[in-house]
Structure formats: structure tokens, C-alpha cells
Write a new protein. Structure first.
Length: 149
């Protein structure tokens, strides 16, 4: 395949931690449904899924998307949820999915790392944005670096 004919693709990725979640982290059925709804709100398409329930509690929902993936994991005993959201789609789609999950999880504090990676020639760059929010107070830091081969 001639790589000169292939247009670069941008992968948008968001990793988030919800601390002090006040949503019901024990209702596994609702968590699965809300994760699927969040993906739909983000304009993404689920093609497959895996759900694993931990004993005595906790859950991991892994949704394979036509555009990449969404993984939600919960630790009810710690009131913590994490989400790994990646999509080769519009830049805002990963943020929309997380915002939809936040409506249900209701974390007291959110920590997010967003990244946009151009998949293509070796000169591609990636940019990371770290964001920490407690209530209405936010701290944001941006870093840009070349992709390491």
C-alpha cells in the first residue's frame, strides 16, 4: 500500500477519573445502559460489548465502537469510576460521552486527560491536556510533544 495516498487520521482520547461519585455505582444494569446512552449521545456506534461484574461489587463495561472503544470501570466501595474513551471521530465526541456519564455518576471531583493523536507520517504530533475539576474550580495544563517512534 502506498502510504502517500492514505490521509492521516486523528484519534481523540479521553481518560477520566470520577472521585466521590454520588450516582448509584451498585446498579450494574443502569451503568451498562447509561454507558450505551452516553456513546449514542456522542454520535458513536457500538459494535460489540463485554461486561464483567466483580464480587462483591464493581463493574467494567467495555464497548467496542465502529470508531474505537469506551471502557467504564467502577469501585463502589471507593466511590470511584474511571472511563477510557477513544474515537476516530469529531473532537468533541469523547467529551460528550464523558459529560453524559458525569450526569449519572455525579462525581464531586473529575480528573481528565485528553489527547489528540494524528495517526500518519512520523512527523505526527500529539497534544495532551490535563484537567482537574473540584466543584467549580478547574486547573488545566497543556503539553505538546512529538510522537515517539
Amino acid at each position: 500500500m502506498d502510504n502517500a495516498l492514505v490521509a492521516p487520521v486523528t484519534l481523540h482520547r479521553l481518560f477520566a477519573i470520577g472521585h466521590g461519585c454520588r450516582g448509584n455505582l451498585m446498579d450494574n444494569g443502569a451503568l451498562v445502559a447509561r454507558t450505551r446512552e452516553a456513546v449514542e449521545r456522542g454520535g458513536l456506534l457500538v459494535v460489540s460489548d463485554v461486561v464483567h461484574t466483580f464480587v462483591p461489587h464493581g463493574l467494567t463495561v467495555a464497548l467496542v465502537l465502529a470508531q474505537s472503544h469506551v471502557v467504564l470501570s467502577t469501585w463502589p466501595e471507593l466511590q470511584v469510576a474511571t472511563a477510557d474513551i477513544a474515537a476516530c471521530a469529531e473532537a468533541g465526541s469523547t467529551r460528550l460521552v464523558w459529560a453524559s456519564l458525569v450526569e449519572y455518576l455525579r462525581p464531586e471531583r473529575e480528573t481528565t486527560v485528553t489527547e489528540s493523536i494524528v495517526l500518519g507520517p512520523p512527523t505526527a504530533r500529539t497534544g495532551l491536556i490535563f484537567h482537574d475539576r473540584v466543584g467549580s474550580v478547574s486547573l488545566q495544563q497543556h503539553r505538546s510533544h512529538p510522537i515517539i517512534e
